[in-house]
Design a protein around this ligand. Sequence first.
Ligand SMILES: Nc1nc2c(ncn2[C@@H]2O[C@H](COP(=O)(O)OP(=O)(O)O)[C@@H](O)[C@H]2O)c(=O)[nH]1
Ligand SMILES: [Mg+2]
Length: 485
Amino acid sequence: MFGFFRKKKGLEEELRENPNQPEKWLKLAEESERRAPEAVANALIYSRGELVEEAAKIVRNLAIYREFEPYTEKLEKELGKDYASFFKGLIEEYKGNLQKARNLYDVARNSQNEKLSFLANYHIANLYIKEGLYDLALKALKEVEEKVPENYKLEFTVKKREVEEKLGLTGSKILKSFKEGLKKTRDALGLSDFAGRKVDESLFEELEERLILADVGVSTTLELIEYLRNEAKKRKIKSSDQLLKILKERLKELLRQCNGELNLTEKPSVILVLGVNGVGKTTTIGKLAKQLKDSGLSVVLAAADTFRAAAIEQLEVWAERAGVRIVKGQEGTDPAAVVFDAIQSIKAKGEDVLIVDTAGRLHNKERLMKEIHKIKKVIGREFPGQPAEILLVLDANTGQNAISQAKAFKEITDVTGIALTKLDGTAKGGIVVAICNDLKIPIKFVGVGERIEDLRKFDPEEFIEALFSENENNESKEGAPPETV
Ligand SMILES: Nc1nc2c(ncn2[C@@H]2O[C@H](COP(=O)(O)OP(=O)(O)O)[C@@H](O)[C@H]2O)c(=O)[nH]1
Ligand SMILES: [Mg+2]
């Protein structure tokens, strides 16, 4: 303990005496959030730009974009326009000025330094993704595919796969089942009943009822209706079709705040999966393992739900289906010990991702809290900064109860994302909106069935489109090959 503090103080002193130690500046940036902006700039300058990937990662991970801004001038003076432009680009992207960011990255992509040129290109691809220009994104990603630095490999592979999925190059079958899966919620909402009506008090009342029926939640529903009333008055809306359009846009806007990507920036990355019994943790882990594996990553599962032998066996079945390695212990073993073993074996084999299954006995909160904290401590000790993801699994069928569960888990630990399962066949799909609005936790995945391919990255746009789409009577025919013309 004391040794640690001495070491930290020593680092700052050492750098004061001899600042020409770029790696140590990086270390300081990681240790002291307050000094991070200055330390990152110095790491870059003293390494003559060699540490650009590491520096960019710290600026992103610590979200020190704004604090870093004053240092871009110094970068320009010391390292030239290329480097300064890249970091200015990061800052503009963060502020949402995408066009400005792209112009800045464009300057940096011509740099002589391969790493800087890669990063600039990679960020340009990211901008295309943000703007929904997936074909351009894929082209940009392919251009730099040969030059991906080691510590970007994970992120790069996942990103490329996502873009390919968006372009329908993979997984188009899954897209269909997502829309099918939401059928009951769509029926509960019954938005098609509102078509072609005039906007009056009874319309608002009925709409309110339907939203609550679909589990959008009382407070969120009231907010939405209030918003619609105001907009209707302000924009003099007369027809229900226009009103529904406004509702749709509003819902998309709301859900966009909860859009989040799986954080896999480090190698290895650890994903800790939490949630009460029966919500679908093990199933979700199996599906996720398969997806990550298909995108080229090596994945290991840790069976830290040691409460029941069946739970371990079940994870084994999923590991086999996904074709990934599993680390397990006997029933009743200390879960943290299983995690420790998994970590040791990953260190030895150099694998990419560890997913930890846990037991979710929320009725014994004290004990669960202890267990989770112990697991987290073991992970953090071996892999500093991990787990990168604490994924909470919630069952859409439980409706408003899912919200209480999330609140209980939030009290126990930080939750970085939600996987919402069983959206297929539930009429309570509106819970997505309630979760987003009430909890403000990113929804990273939705489960739409029991098969290994039935896990989707949550996409607000797609979700709302599916809710508002018409039910097709010939849905079953959709899978048939297209008729030739
Ligand atoms: N329909 C449907 N069932 C699911 C989904 N995810 C999980 N399940 C089912 O939910 C049940 C409990 O899942 P399990 O993974 O064992 O939950 P755990 O106790 O949290 O690990 C199993 O029967 C799964 O097949 C989903 O997205 N859709
Ligand atoms: Mg389980």
